[in-house]
Design a protein. Structure first.
Length: 472
């Protein structure tokens, strides 16, 4: 924003820009004027198209292939940037006084790159945000998170603000570093060849038993997962696709699960030493759950990572909440931590499997509900710690926007909506419909002879339908 630049109150901007550049990314800073970001984007972020191009240069300009012709995920046609990061704190078109979300969506859709809206603490101090259980106050949440979300913005990180000991904004170094590294990971997803990308797909299981693996609201998880794997293979990802969704289910439920007392196949056994090395929060977890590896998702002194690997794709089972008799005890708690098995799972995804992206399949898991602030995460919030720098794509039911918003704000999820299945009254069929009619007639008739005949017919029909024999 121009006022911050001309008044030289831009240290928070500079801190974030330098952090992004330190990760090897190029930054084009542009001043937004008249509260319409389209003008700055048109001037600085749009790639001018030459009149004549070779077929190879056209492919590179389009962005869907590397220099050697390998497919990438990048398919935008006009943008010279891989992501747009707004530091204004307002709507994309309209500023603080209004919001033309339709115009914003139309412009951003054609540009076809991710839009991030970061948060500067303008109506509360850094200290008040750090000490607050809720995080951002209502004014900040409404203006700098909710309104940009309508435009399509994601990843609402707090990157700077004014301290009680200062009169000028300053960057929050740990938050700027987290933002920069996440932008770098998203950039890799757009520019690396697809056959090099490693994808982690996460399923749920609650309550924990084999019959509940792959639960999600209004979604046939294994059939959907099978279709996703096929689409990934078709589009150039390295993935081994099973013969059917049933075969996929058997792979996940079978394997060594019985011998290790696990719900699903155990893909990896993480030693406590490796867990302590790769997870920086072990001591805090031990204060809550005791010494690692603990009693959940562990066997023989190791932490168990349940799942299967199909080429460059890992399908994993998110561990349980930990408090199975009272799972809500941990969700959105003011204190507490996830258990060792839960932390080890996300540690495995980022540090061992080295996933480029994690896809949470279906509505919904537990990670985004772990203890921490409600909006405007800090480095002490467990959703922020667990997801780390992993790009997070969340396949989410379109009829649950409230909890989908929680996933977006607390785990930085990019939501991919799925429709709820159409529902109508199925009614009874075949023998059940005949049984209903016989019982109705039996109840209505007053003729004793007729009642005996109807009862005999009901008794015979119940045997044909494998029901219990009626008693007169």
């Amino acid at each position: 924003m121009r006022p911050q630049i001309v008044s030289r109150a831009r240290q928070h901007y500079d801190g974030l820009i330098r952090a992004i550049e330190a990760e090897g990314l190029s930054v084009i800073p542009a001043i937004s004027t008249l509260m319409d970001n389209r003008e700055a984007c048109e001037k600085f972020f749009i790639q001018p198209q030459p009149k004549a191009q070779s077929s190879k240069s056209k492919a590179r300009a389009i962005g869907d292939a590397t220099d050697n012709g390998q497919l990438t995920t990048d398919s935008h046609r006009r943008s010279r940037v891989s992501q747009i990061v707004s530091l204004t704190g307002f709507s994309f078109v309209g500023g603080p006084a209004m919001n033309d979300s339709e115009a914003a969506a139309e412009f951003l859709k054609e540009l076809n790159v991710p839009f991030r809206s970061m948060v500067s603490l303008d109506t509360q101090t850094i200290e008040s945000w750090q000490e607050s259980f809720t995080g951002l106050n209502p004014v900040q949440t409404g203006m700098q998170v909710a309104i940009p979300e309508i435009d399509g913005a994601t990843e609402p990180f707090v990157f700077g603000g004014i301290s009680t000991r200062s009169v000028e904004p300053a960057p929050l170094e740990d938050r700027c570093l987290r933002i920069a590294r996440r932008l770098k990971r998203w950039h890799r997803l757009q520019t690396a060849s697809r056959d090099q990308l490693r994808v982690a797909l996460t399923l749920y299981c609650f309550p924990p038993n084999k019959g509940n693996i792959g639960t999600a609201a209004d979604l046939d998880v294994f059939a959907s997962l099978f279709d996703v794997l096929g689409r990934l293979r078709t589009e150039g990802y390295c993935v081994d696709v099973p013969k059917s969704s049933d075969a996929l289910r058997e792979l996940l439920l079978g394997g060594n699960s019985e011998s290790l007392g696990a719900t699903a196949n155990v893909m990896y056994r993480m030693s406590v030493d490796d867990y302590r090395r790769d997870c920086p929060f072990v001591s805090e977890i031990e204060a809550e759950w005791g010494a690692a590896p603990g009693a959940i998702n562990s066997f023989g002194g190791d932490l168990l990572i349940q799942g299967i690997t199909l080429g460059n794709v890992f399908i994993g089972l998110q561990p349980t909440f930990g408090f199975e008799d009272d799972p809500m005890r941990l969700l959105m708690a003011k204190g507490g931590t996830p258990h060792h098995g839960f932390a080890a799972f996300y540690t495995y995804l980022e540090k061992v499997f080295e996933a480029d992206v994690v896809v949470h399949v279906g509505t919904h898991g537990a990670m985004e509900f772990m203890p921490g602030k409600q909006v405007g995460m800090s480095g002490k919030c467990w959703p922020d710690r667990l997801i780390g720098e992993l790009p997070n794509v969340y396949i989410y039911s379109v009829n649950n926007p409230s909890e989908g918003t929680i996933a977006k704000r607390r785990s930085y999820a990019e939501l991919i909506s799925y429709l709820t299945p159409p529902i109508e009254n199925a009614g009874l069929y075949q023998g059940l419909a005949s049984m209903k009619e016989l019982i109705g007639n039996y109840r209505q008739t007053t003729d004793e002879g007729e009642r005996k005949k109807l009862f005999a017919a009901i008794e015979q029909q119940s045997q044909d339908l494998n029901f219990s024999v009626f008693a007169d």
